[in-house]
Design a protein around this ligand. Structure first.
Ligand SMILES: Nc1ncnc2c1ncn2[C@@H]1O[C@H](COP(=O)(O)OP(=O)(O)OP(=O)(O)O)[C@@H](O)[C@H]1O
Ligand SMILES: [Mg+2]
Length: 401
């Protein structure tokens, strides 16, 4: 299981602490604690208790003393990360400086924007994972156990949404080295791609990397075999690929890998590196039969634990005799996304070379992919988030009216 990320919210104003807790509640893999400090307490960690991974401290009128208490703490007695929420009004440069001395990763000004706060915390969570050596947190592969299941469509839609909606620097890596079409789907004309990057891997740094990716106007970067090339098995050595992935991990917040279902040594290496593997399946027997085979290979041959694998049902039809429950039971995996069939939107977007979010923002397929992107960002679907006090109050008032 992914390790729970422990967040402690401290400060002197109960309503502000609650507001932050409500903003962070939709994030998965998070354990939230609130510590309302007594009036006289100026040490944010003055109350006894285990150190959190992330301390979110809200400054009060005694901001200098609070930040000072954090600055003088020995490193071993500090939380892994600190996020400081400033006083209302203009952010005070003096406080920002002190916060930086205390090791703060960010300084948030009031009024709070819930989405911005969530993104910050998610980013810090990723940074800590990466610093602790589990930097593969950003890698997600999409593949279909049966050709044509929709892995490339889903991977591209999500990679674009990660950039366009969540502003996460992201790379779409097309590892279908023979028939990949992500450059075409995004109307990109790359000069150098995966082959060239692999050949130059020993010399590539952050700056040089830019020459090997194609940048979509949205900000999404794409890397794959050039449309004119076909890479054969053996053209991609494991060492080069491993090295390239390490460079990419250091440079992107999220890497979405479009992976063909060809079981070879490249496949094993990629699967081993991925934090998440998303199987895109359709509601038919061949998908399920191939899916079962693939799940067995992942578990038994590649030692992938089930918590790293999730299902997306593509081209979902409510009246199909194979239900979602049938699919979950057969593959013993959790469905995290349900994408309806929408030939017109998907086909037109691909033909025009425009991402779905731009071409058909309101279409059901785009909406479903947005939900799935939320899952990638660690946001729980609304129905899983416990109602907050204000939501309960609103519901109660609505019932009264
Ligand atoms: N939800 C959907 N609604 C309608 N058409 C879809 C949907 N998802 C995918 N398609 C279409 O199905 C076809 C196959 O999709 P895609 O290329 O994404 O699948 P794939 O699993 O990557 O296939 P391959 O095995 O060739 O790599 C494409 O023509 C695509 O436009
Ligand atoms: Mg594909």
């Amino acid at each position: 299981m992914p390790r729970t990320f422990r967040v402690l919210i401290t400060g002197h104003q109960v309503d502000l602490l609650q507001k932050i807790a409500e903003a962070l509640a939709p994030l998965r893999e998070l354990k939230l604690d609130i510590s309302l400090l007594p009036h006289h307490e100026t040490d944010p960690l003055g109350k006894p208790g285990p150190l959190p991974d992330l301390l979110v401290h809200c400054l009060s009128a005694q901001a200098e003393l609070e930040l000072g208490a954090l600055i003088v703490r020995p490193p071993a007695q500090r939380p892994a990360a600190l996020l400081v929420v400033g006083l209302p009004g203009n952010s005070d440069l003096h406080h920002i400086r002190l916060a930086m001395q205390a090791g703060a990763r960010d300084f948030i000004t009031q009024p709070l924007a819930a989405e911005e706060l969530r993104q910050d915390v998610h980013k810090i969570q990723g940074e800590l994972a990466s610093e602790s050596g589990s930097g593969d947190h950003a890698l997600t592969a999409f593949l279909s156990p049966k050709g044509g299941g929709g892995a490339s469509t889903v991977a591209m839609g999500i990679a674009h949404m990660l950039v366009a909606r969540y502003h996460v620097p992201s790379l779409l890596m097309d590892l279908d080295c023979q028939f990949g079409s992500q450059y075409l789907n995004l109307d990109l004309k790359p000069e150098k791609g995966l082959r060239e990057a692999l050949d130059a891997v020993d010399a590539i740094d952050e700056v040089a990397l830019k020459a090997y990716v194609a940048a979509h106007p949205s900000g999404l970067h794409v890397m794959g075999a050039l449309p004119s090339q076909i890479l054969l098995p053996g053209d991609v050595t494991e060492r080069q690929l491993y090295q390239l992935l390490e460079i990419l991990i250091r440079n992107y917040g999220q890497i979405v890998v479009d992976l063909p279902c060809v079981i070879d040594s490249t496949f094993s290496l990629i699967i081993e590196k991925m934090r998440r593997i998303v199987l895109v399946v359709q509601q038919d027997f061949q998908n399920i039969r191939n899916g079962q085979k693939l799940v067995r290979i992942l578990r038994e041959d590649l030692q992938v634990t089930p918590d790293r694998v999730a299902l997306v049902v593509n081209r979902f039809e409510a009246n199909n005799p194979i239900s979602l429950q049938d699919i979950e039971n057969a593959l013993q995996l959790r469905i995290v996304g349900i994408v309806p069939s929408d030939f017109r939107s998907v086909n037109d977007a691909a033909n025009l070379g425009i991402p779905l979010l731009e071409h058909a923002p309101k279409s059901p397929v785009t909406q479903a992919l947005l939900q799935l992107t939320g899952w990638m960002m660690g946001i729980k679907p609304a129905e899983e988030t416990p109602p907050t006090f204000s939501a309960k109050l609103r519901a109660w008032l609505a019932g009264k009216g």
